[in-house]
Write a protein that binds this ligand. Structure first.
Ligand SMILES: Cc1cc2nc3c(=O)[nH]c(=O)nc-3n(C[C@H](O)[C@H](O)[C@H](O)COP(=O)(O)OP(=O)(O)OC[C@H]3O[C@@H](n4cnc5c(N)ncnc54)[C@H](O)[C@@H]3O)c2cc1C
Length: 281
């Protein structure tokens, strides 16, 4: 079975590995060995596989975090799962290692959402497809194709040193004067200053921050706080400026987060909710 799969796969070489979050998160950049450009749509995923010491040849799905407009490099944002079958082996790889990968798949794309106001909600490495989408919009915008979307991205992590891609996304959000309409909210469920929390980061679980912004109610006893200078009511008004029909929600990562906002989204009259679950609840 694994030999059948291996034969269907192509190989790529690890050209860059950046580890963050105390070694539990990694950005992995691969270069296809075929030398050919690999095309996919921002938001799609592929299957990566490696030979492992204890579990044989293990394939797993990974969202592609890079933009198809990057220079032929395939980028991934991966969390280390303790005792996981594949991720400990992925994290043990160094530059020069060979990975197997399959053709891109999936419909978690902006084209599928088909709305002009996009609210993206992610936990942890669930950020990956949104990096792909927003970087692609940014690159297109600066190549002379004005971005037609208004995008709000909520990004949740436990600790503030676990926000991969924060600098890149913050720089896009700071460029509103260029007509790139992007709002970026990081939120920490364990806001600890010794782990990098400061007042530019919201406090609370990402689904609860989303509930707070849109007045959808948060569980009794739970509190959230917006980042300094961000007004929840103004953000809600901005998202609803063209009515619920103009809005799509997209969520990726933890299945509990994805489920928690499902009903309030529908109740608000928003009928497009695309989800990418990384594992089953
Ligand atoms: C469409 C799709 C896209 C995905 N994209 C990504 C991605 O871009 N980045 C990424 O890190 N993972 C992603 N995943 C999850 C990935 O496929 C693996 O499940 C994960 O890397 C664990 O593999 P493993 O063999 O080490 O663990 P396994 O031995 O398979 O153990 C699986 C268990 O690990 C936990 N788990 C799985 N994923 C995560 C995670 N991201 N964070 C915390 N706990 C987790 C769950 O409890 C799950 O039941 C994606 C999954 C799907 C279905």
């Amino acid at each position: 079975m694994s030999e059948v799969l291996r034969k269907k796969m192509q190989t790529a070489t690890l050209v860059e590995k950046t580890v963050l979050g105390g070694g539990r998160l990694g950005v992995f950049k691969l270069k296809p060995d075929s030398g050919e450009r690999w095309w996919y749509q921002a938001g799609q995923y592929t299957t990566l596989a490696l030979d492992t010491a204890n579990h044989g040849f293990v394939p797993r799905a990974y969202s592609i975090a890079g933009s198809p407009l990057d220079d032929g490099i395939i980028e991934f944002y991966i969390a280390l799962v303790d005792n996981g079958q594949l991720t400990p082996t992925i994290f043990a790889q160094e530059v020069g290692a060979k990975f197997y990968y399959l053709s891109p798949k999936g419909k978690f794309t902006v084209a599928k959402a088909n709305k002009k106001t996009l609210v993206m909600v992610s936990t942890g490495t669930g950020l990956a497809p949104f990096v792909a989408q927003i970087r692609t919009m940014w690159k297109s915008h600066h190549a002379g194709v004005p971005c037609p979307y208004r995008v709000v991205l909520f990004y949740g992590a436990s600790y503030s040193d676990e926000f991969g891609y924060r600098d890149e996304l913050t720089s896009y959000a700071a460029a509103k004067k260029d007509g790139f309409d992007f709002t970026f909210i990081c939120t920490s469920s364990r806001p600890d200053a010794t782990r990098g929390w400061n007042s530019s980061i919201a406090k609370g679980r990402v689904n609860e921050v989303v509930r707070h912004v849109f007045d959808w109610g948060i569980p009794e006893g739970r509190t959230v706080a917006m980042p300094e200078g961000v007004d929840a009511a103004e953000l809600k008004a901005k998202v609803f400026a063209n009515g619920a029909e103009d809005i799509a929600f997209l969520a990726c990562g933890n299945p509990g987060m994805i489920e928690d906002i499902k009903e309030p989204i529908a109740h608000a009259g928003i009928n497009t909710y695309l989800v990418e679950e990384f594992w089953k609840a």
